[in-house]
Design a protein around this ligand. Structure first.
Ligand code: HEM
Length: 197
């Protein structure tokens, strides 16, 4: 009879079964698919934020809210999956400090994806604004307008968003360094390549 332990040590691929969770040998196809869906959503959100900053528009703001709303439940699943699964062994022979830093940054990014949408929602609600979505939909507000609370949530959002963007830049830099300088399979593994460890 197979057990959770088999799945984590041998890898369900070896047993010819679908790999639902990450294990020491590789990422699950779910992790890989969600990683790139989240990456596309986050990069789209950052691009829309920049456009909104240059010339604000109500319709684009609704699209931004929609992308954030889709991102939120996916992020909850990913953060849970990240902290409750084994992380695949690093490819190549990186130094241990780099492994610790890169994994901490990735996990912090996953956590930020859960906390930042909540902070943004609370900041808007406290400022008396509804989170409007395309098609006349909106996310209900959890609180009465409160100017002081709005300021606190706004500051918390900014305190979180700044290191998030820096961490993301470091994360993408690390991926590029692995791919173009060290020429290992770290990025290809995140694109679905099976890597023998
Ligand atoms: C173009 C953008 C991105 C690239 C090129 C990229 C690249 C990678 C690569 C190569 C790995 C595998 C590292 C390993 O082997 O341990 C990885 C893992 C990871 N990345 Fe990214 N990434 C990008 C965007 C993002 C974004 C936007 C987030 C979240 C906000 C994110 C969060 C994570 C997390 C949490 C992991 C650990 C595995 C997991 O649980 O999904 N990445 N990334």
């Amino acid at each position: 009879m197979s057990s959770m332990n088999d799945a984590q040590t041998q890898g369900p691929r070896a047993q010819g079964r679908f790999q639902w969770r990450d294990n020491g040998l590789g990422f699950s196809p779910i992790t890989i698919a969600l990683h790139w869906i989240v990456a596309a959503l986050v990069l789209a959100i950052i691009a829309i934020e920049i456009v909104q900053w240059i010339s604000p528009g109500a319709e684009l703001a609704k699209v931004l809210n929609l992308l954030g709303t889709i991102l939120f439940p996916i992020s909850i699943y990913r953060f849970w999956a990240r902290v409750t699964s084994w992380h695949p062994l690093p490819v190549g022979t990186p130094n241990p400090v780099e492994v610790i830093v890169s994994r901490s940054v990735a996990t912090a990014l996953a956590l930020a994806m859960v906390l930042l949408p909540v902070a943004a929602w609370l900041a808007k609600s406290a400022a008396g604004q509804l989170v409007e979505l395309p098609g006349g939909w909106f996310i209900p507000s959890p609180m009465q307008p409160d100017a002081q609370a709005a300021q606190v949530f706004d500051v918390l959002f900014r305190i979180g968003a700044t290191p998030f963007v820096l961490g993301l830049a470091l994360h993408i830099f690390g991926a590029c360094k692995n791919h173009f300088v060290l020429k290992n399979d770290a990025l290809k593994r995140m694109l679905g390549k099976r890597v023998e460890l």
